[in-house]
Design a protein around this ligand. Structure first.
Ligand SMILES: N[C@@H](CCC(=O)N[C@@H](CS)C(=O)NCC(=O)O)C(=O)O
Length: 224
């Protein structure tokens, strides 16, 4: 039986899993959970995950409810032995894990605070600007990471890059990533991540749909 991915492609964590699925060529069954219609709160979905979040991934004997765990699981179970997206060397691996935790606990939190409140509370321009300050701080942090390393967790692309790029591309609708202010981050995103052969397919459709949703919720001019 194929593994099942419960998803709404507007979600950045979902899109990071889709990037990896494309990168590894994994065949999954997609089940759409429409967040805008509240399907994540339905009784059926709550039985699958009490967290009522997407993505959720189900394989023969596991149900995983966190994108970072899913990324690791897919590499370990569906990746090639020499899969550099999830390096085998212990130091390289812990560096990737460290950045995945940053992505999940801080970067995504800032992103979802801003986007979630715009959508739910219909924030006005001035209130969005307050979030922008915190988002810029995250770009500064990422700029630091990319000053020490060419990629987020080392000298080559890993699942940490796949996790973070979907969030950066989402935040960009509020604070555009400019080459003047964040040259390394800009270069990483435009010249490396956007050039991945599976980037458009896995990230761009869901991102465009999220931008539409956000634009309909605020008077702030979203960067399309
Ligand atoms: N840490 C989780 C976060 C997942 C998450 O919060 N997803 C959001 C969409 S971006 C969601 O499903 N929100 C619905 C809710 O919280 O009820 C992950 O990375 O998978």
């Amino acid at each position: 039986m194929k593994p099942v991915l419960y998803l709404d492609k507007r979600s950045p964590p979902v899109r990071s899993v889709l990037l990896l699925i494309e990168a590894l060529g994994i065949d999954v069954e997609e089940k759409f959970i429409d967040l805008s219609r509240g399907e994540h709160l339905s009784e059926n979905y709550l039985e699958i995950t009490p967290l009522h979040t997407v993505p959720t991934f189900r394989d023969s004997n596991v149900t995983l409810t966190d994108s970072h765990a899913i990324l690791v699981y897919l590499c370990e179970n569906y990746g090639k032995v020499d899969n550099t997206l999830w390096p085998s060397h212990p130091i390289e691996r812990i560096n990737v894990l460290n950045k995945l935790f940053y992505s999940g606990t801080l970067l995504f939190r800032r992103d979802s605070d801003a986007i979630g409140q715009i959508i739910v509370n219909k924030l006005k321009k001035q209130q969005v600007a307050e979030h922008a300050i915190k988002l810029e701080e995250q770009y500064n942090i990422l700029e630091e990471f990319l000053t020490s390393n060419k990629f987020i967790a080392g000298d080559h692309i890993t699942i940490a890059d796949l996790s973070i790029v979907t969030i950066v591309s989402t935040i960009d609708m509020i604070v555009p990533v400019t080459a003047e202010k964040w040259p390394k981050l800009h270069n990483w995103w435009y010249n490396h991540m956007q050039k991945l052969p599976y980037y458009d397919q896995a990230n761009c459709n869901g991102l465009a749909a999220l931008k539409d949703w956000v634009q309909r919720s605020t008077d702030f001019e979203v960067n399309m």
